[in-house]
Design a protein around this ligand. Sequence first.
Ligand code: EPU
Length: 367
Amino acid sequence: MIKITKNKDLGKLNTFGMKVKSACYLTYTEPDDLCKIDWESLPQPLFPMGSGSNLLFTKDFPGTILHSEYRKISILEEQSRGDVVYVEAGAGVEFDDFCQWAASKGYWGIENLSGIPGTVGASAVQNVGAYGVEAGDVISQVNCYELASGNFVCIDAKDCAFAYRDSFFKHHRGKYIVTSVVFRLSTLFSPQLDYGHLQEAVERNMEFVKAQSNPYLPCIEPFYGMPQMQLTPMLVRDTVRIIRDEKLPPVGKVGSAGSFFKNPVVSAETYNKVFSTVCAEKGADAKVPHYELEGGLVKIPAAFLIEYCGFKGASRGGAAVWEKQPLVLVNASGKATADDILGLEKEITNTIKQKFGIELSPEVDHI
Ligand code: EPU
């Protein structure tokens, strides 16, 4: 079913809570609906949008927003073999609902991505990531409607150019509409707990669950020397959600779009300069958190740079830097304008550029 609304108020349809309108808003419930649309009659440009959780609308949108309400989840029995389970999820499924579904079946693969706002369709476009896992790691295929040809196409993961918060789709905006995504999940015990303190948090949660004698059943094999309890995708999911709830603004209560900036990837030389600056100011035993990547590159948490430059908790107009995770800008007053957010963004990027010579780039799409 297709529904078209003209002059649609997007205030409640973007998590930043920007009070903007779209000239046209089209929802569809089945991929086949897309074949029935007279695209040229719609205000342009066309923009597929999920839950509006990674966007900053800077003004009214002159074109048509396309929103999928296709929410089917199905196991692809023919493709699934041994411990590998292929699951197709409609673009309109809330990504966290899909994580819940997978965990409830005991499937491993996306439990670390629990709690991320947004839809399944957007997860492929954005290559969402958290706690050492990216959607692209477990996506096997992205099914799309190609606007130019009017055909449905299946794009194999290897052709999706998945990279840090990036994909082929981000560079071909308005050309493809993601209709569903096929994920490769696993029934094999395969937790991924290497990120930061995740393992420690899972162990703590396990102890808590044990003390509550919750229904996580007695264990088959010891894991990382942890107590004899079964470590399930659901337990990891619960732990990740607890960590996220502690750090990130509550969705639906405080307007934000998650991480506003990407973590910068710099040369070893730039990292050494940052390290020298910090040591000169804070003392020789100061630390700069970082992750070494291939090719001698270094990723520095933007949260560290923002906090170091004194922006943690800072507010300008209705916009603010989230106190518990400075990578996140929020619509603190509920009345922030896009200019408030953009002003704060500019101040942060300019300050970090001046101090460290590092150019932060936004993770959030500016529309
Ligand atoms: N840090 C600080 N001060 C703070 C918070 C963090 O200096 O107040 C430093 C610490 O050194 C910490 C490091 O930043 O170890 C990393 O922090 P965190 O683990 O919270 O992750 P992040 O790099 O800030 C990224 C993603 C998040 C994702 C987390 C967990 C990006 C842009 N963001 O944040 O994704 O949840 O890792 O994996 O890569 C999102 O994309 O919207 C998002 C929330």
